[in-house]
Design a protein around this ligand. Structure first.
Ligand code: HGY
Ligand code: MN
Ligand code: MN
Ligand code: MN
Length: 414
């Protein structure tokens, strides 16, 4: 089949069927997915993905963090590969498309290259990054962070889930600890297709997000230490109440974020009381503040303000205040040439498009540290994500994968 611009399309039905097939693994209770990293469900999803890659003629490499690299050879063995991927792990109440669209969209691009008999100069490597979500083992984008040389491997191996299991032990248990040194691979370029996870593209009626930047992030883990005491017999003036301190810190975090509008978000999604008993004032409360903004100086200013005011709140109540940064990356500017390829592909294919800053973090943010990188986004219904109700249309998935396919071919050179 002659390869020319107008017929370079992908097979949207095949992509959608693969998305629905993967969605059967680690089903949630409300139509989404619970395929958390390094669980048996994650292992099952990896096996299915590998079987599809085998069918597409890709060879597999796995690194010491468990990231999967599936290679389609190019014509020039000396040319560095173009990497294309995302993640198959999900939140506990995740959707069917967050991450998965990027991995299976990359596989669809390769399947389409096979259909057209295209052989690119640069090899193509489809990537399933391990532990992008950071839900079970913080931080998010952990394996790509180790790959970029920003997170030490031993630190990552030692990260624990709420049951005290470590990343390293769980990776061994599911049998997906590879032997490649993490970060030993060199990339010519990196592309990632992802749902927007926000409301802008749908609200603006656009098919494609041309992602120019990604906002920066701090994950600040607070440990507030009070004194365990009986909730019934302890007079109010004798309490050293870590729960009260937590409540005031959360309200303060909200105030700091609202004082930095527009373009800043902060909040808390995870919290543990200890001993977590209804009639015991907590000895400790542990929670993580997730703070994000596209502005570098705002990011660091907000972090300093939140830490300073949390210490003041705790001092007033007599609670000890410990804080550790357990996740961080600075605001990211994606590669202009690759961004231009995405915009050009959308125009050639007749898809409406809008330049956008990513609100969510992605493996592309760390890839951008070590190679030219960028993203392609498609809308999602009402911007809902990290929620089992996450939904996209087949047309949106097809458009995103088609733009990804064209942009990758531009960089990988036919
Ligand atoms: O946290 C994030 O932005 C990503 O969804 N893991
Ligand atoms: Mn994601
Ligand atoms: Mn996510
Ligand atoms: Mn920084």
């Amino acid at each position: 089949m002659a390869v020319s611009g107008e017929n370079l399309r992908i097979d949207g039905d095949r992509l959608w069927d693969s998305l629905m097939e993967m969605a059967k693994i680690g089903p949630g209770i409300a139509g989404g997915n619970n395929r958390q990293t390094l669980t048996d469900e994650d292992a099952e999803g990896r096996d299915l993905f590998k079987s599809w890659c085998d069918e597409a003629g890709l060879s597999m490499g796995v690194d010491k963090m468990g990231t999967m690299f599936m290679t389609r050879e190019g014509t020039d063995p000396d040319a560095l590969p173009v990497y294309v991927g995302s993640h198959l792990d999900t939140q506990p109440t995740g959707g069917k498309y967050d991450g998965v669209l990027g991995v299976l969209g990359a596989l669809e691009a390769v399947r389409s290259m096979n259909d057209f008999g295209i052989r690119t100069k640069h090899p193509i490597v489809v990537v399933n990054w391990a532990n992008e979500e950071g839900a079970r083992f913080a931080p998010a984008m952990m394996a790509s962070g180790v790959f970029a040389g920003e997170i030490p491997l031993e630190y990552a191996y030692g990260r624990k889930d709420l049951e005290g299991k470590t990343y390293g032990a769980e990776l061994e248990r599911i049998g997906w600890k590879g032997d490649e040194e993490v970060g030993s691979r060199k990339m010519h370029a990196y592309y990632e297709l992802h749902i927007e996870q926000g409301p802008i593209l749908e609200a603006e009626g656009k098919d494609i997000g041309v992602v120019t930047h990604c906002q920066g992030l701090w994950w600040l883990e607070f440990t507030l230490t009070g004194r365990e005491a009986h909730t019934g017999s302890t007079p109010m003036e004798m309490r050293v109440n870590a729960g009260l301190a937590m409540a005031r810190v959360l309200e303060m975090v909200q105030q700091v974020a609202m004082s930095e509008q527009p373009g800043a978000v902060a909040g808390v999604g995870q919290m543990q009381f200890s001993p977590n008993s209804r009639n015991v004032l907590p000895g400790s409360v542990v929670f993580t503040v997730d703070l994000r903004t596209p502005s570098q100086d705002k990011l660091d200013r907000m972090r300093a303000e939140i830490e300073r005011r949390a210490a003041e709140i705790c001092e007033e109540i007599g609670v000890q205040c410990g804080v550790e940064a357990v996740g961080h990356f600075d605001p990211v500017t994606f590669d202009e040439t690759l961004v231009g390829n995405v915009r050009k592909a959308a125009e050639e294919l007749g898809y409406s498009h809008l330049d956008i800053i990513s609100g969510a973090g992605h493996d592309a943010c760390w890839a951008a540290k070590v190679a030219p990188a960028t993203m392609v986004m498609c809308p999602c219904v009402k911007g809902i994500s990290h929620n089992e109700a996450e939904e996209i249309s087949k047309d949106w998935a097809t458009a995103g994968a088609e733009v990804l396919f064209r942009a990758v071919l531009e960089t990988a050179e036919i």
